[in-house]
Design a protein around this ligand. Structure first.
Ligand code: ADP
Length: 497
């Protein structure tokens, strides 16, 4: 019998991808298709639902074709997706009533202000683990129901709400299941992390009828079979997970205290907290890691707004480098930053600082400061911000992590990874397969269909490529961190009158 394969559908913010893996986790083929971003007004972001569906189907067909595998050998398909993006469609026709409202869209900021003014902030935080924000799906759905005057239709069960996982499942799976997985549900601001169900009090706060909500299923669970019109065979669709959760799984962070950081445009750090739902004192989010066999595993999540984007800024605005990769050699060309710190608070600072009035600060320069010092300070800033997040997580949950698993575009930078290890004082581990999000979705689907007999078997697929070990003396680390925190202090409250 031919070796079985697993396919991941990775529906992202700017492109839809599909990746074919063998059961040992080797990538056999991948294909991605970009689609347009729609900006109807400043601060508003939408996607055409047809684009999401068409590019995802094309990516799937192409990836399978490129891999050369026989469709009959595909054991299962897993879905991973951009989180929080909100869709609403007609249960009868499947047509969406509006474009998808993308996670970045700020149109419902005033809904959130109203909820806060009504004193609901603590309640939302306590039940959902989230810091109330327009980013999450709840107020986006409320906006659609209000603006299009759809409350009555929603009450009558004529409409279906869903995040992208839910939308894809409805359209790709035979029998049109209206489902979402617990990781995606956990980003709606309507889902109670403790009870693992939609919360009536939250629904009432946002005036959302239960009848339009999907059934919440496990992260690894067969939800049906792929419509045979797509690949010619009914393949089990066996996992759904938000992208950061899939990546935590793909990094094999299966035990409490294990952490991954994805260095993309921004950085996303998630720490597995096991069965314990930890509430943060530093403004981190509590969220699902995944739900398997009905059992929830929780996580803490924090993000750095300016991660790789800091390097884009050096390249595009400052013109200090011509490619992102060049930053590595330039940083290594000097022995340190010469006391220079860059705090890239261009849009304010998130956890653990939470100051939207903080602004970008370049400080500590002398007459001898040159281009390489500034480039090095920018890379170091990505590591300092991530170190602050990890520190906050460790304080919140009492697990001091012993290593950090990394992925994402900027994790290719060896200088950054070594400095990260030095400044955190833990091993930084880069895996062989960097497509951890897609790998996570594939492994979850394999787990649900018996390709892997246990969680441990999925973890065995993960393989280390490089480990960066801390080499910095403790006193030196403490000195650098003190300098960084002093620089952050100078950047705070800058834009406030
Ligand atoms: P996203 O998924 O958010 O688009 P990617 O994972 O593709 O992000 O990573 C792209 C980001 O990584 C960009 O912001 C880019 O500046 C940064 N980046 C890519 N390569 C390097 C490098 N060698 N050194 C530093 N930053 C890099």
């Amino acid at each position: 019998m031919a070796q079985k394969v697993l396919v991941a559908l990775d529906q992202g913010t700017t492109s839809s991808r599909a990746v074919v893996f063998d059961t040992a986790g080797h990538m056999l083929a991948a294909h991605g298709v970009e689609f347009p971003q729609i900006f109807p007004k400043p601060g508003w972001v939408e996607h055409d639902p047809h684009d999401i569906l068409d590019t995802q189907t094309t990516a799937l067909r192409q990836a399978v074709k490129l891999s050369g595998v026989d469709v009959a050998d595909i054991a299962a398909i897993g879905i991973t997706n951009q989180r929080e993006t909100t869709l609403l469609w007609d249960r009868e026709t499947g047509e969406c009533v509006h474009n998808a409202i993308v996670w970045q869209c700020r149109r419902t900021a005033h809904y959130v202000e109203k909820l806060m003014a009504q004193g609901y902030g603590d309640k939302i935080r306590e039940k959902t683990g989230l810091v109330p924000d327009a980013y999450f799906s709840g107020t986006k759905l409320a906006w659609l129901l209000d603006r299009l005057d759809l409350h009555e239709r929603a009450e009558r069960g004529e409409l279906c709400f869903g995040t992208v996982d839910s939308f894809l499942a409805w359209h790709l799976v035979t029998g049109r299941p209206h489902v979402t997985d617990a990781t995606n549900a956990g980003r709606t601001m309507l889902f109670n992390l403790k009870t693992q169900g939609w919360d009536d009090e939250l629904l009432a706060m946002m005036d959302i009828p239960r009848a339009c909500l999907p059934q919440v299923v496990d992260t690894a669970q067969v939800i049906g079979t792929l419509d045979p019109a797509i690949l010619g065979r009914p393949i089990p669709v066996a996992a759904m997970a938000g992208d950061q959760h899939a990546s935590l799984f793909g990094q094999a962070c299966l035990h409490p205290g294990m952490v991954k950081n994805t260095y993309g445009t921004g950085c996303f750090m998630l720490m597995n907290t096991g069965e314990e739902l930890v509430s943060s004192r530093s403004g981190l989010l509590s969220t699902m890691a995944w739900r398997i066999g009905g059992k929830p595993t929780y996580a803490l999540e924090g993000s750095v707004f300016m991660g790789g984007a800091t390097i884009q800024w050096l390249r595009d605005e400052m013109k200090l480098i011509s490619t992102a990769a060049e930053s590595e050699g330039m940083a290594k060309s000097v022995k340190d930053t010469g006391g220079v710190y860059l705090v890239p608070a261009f849009t304010g600072l998130g956890a653990p600082w939470w100051d939207m009035y903080s602004r970008g600060t370049l400080i500590g320069m002398t007459r001898g400061t040159g281009r390489a010092h500034v480039v090095r300070a920018a890379l170091e800033a990505i590591a300092y911000q991530s170190a602050d997040l990890m520190d906050a997580m460790a304080k919140d949950c009492g697990h001091a992590p012993t290593q950090l698993q990394v992925d994402g575009g900027a994790s290719a930078n060896g200088f950054l990874m070594q400095f990260q290890a030095d400044i955190m004082g833990v091993n930084v581990v880069r895996p062989r397969v960097m497509e951890t999000t897609a790998l996570g979705a594939a492994l979850l689907a394999g787990l649900a269909t018996g390709v892997y007999g246990s969680l441990e078997e999925t973890a065995a697929v993960w393989q280390r490529d490089l480990t960066f070990e801390p080499q910095m003396e403790d006193y030196h680390r403490a000195q650098l961190l003190a300098g960084w925190h002093k620089a952050v202090e100078r950047s705070l409250r800058w834009a406030k009158e």
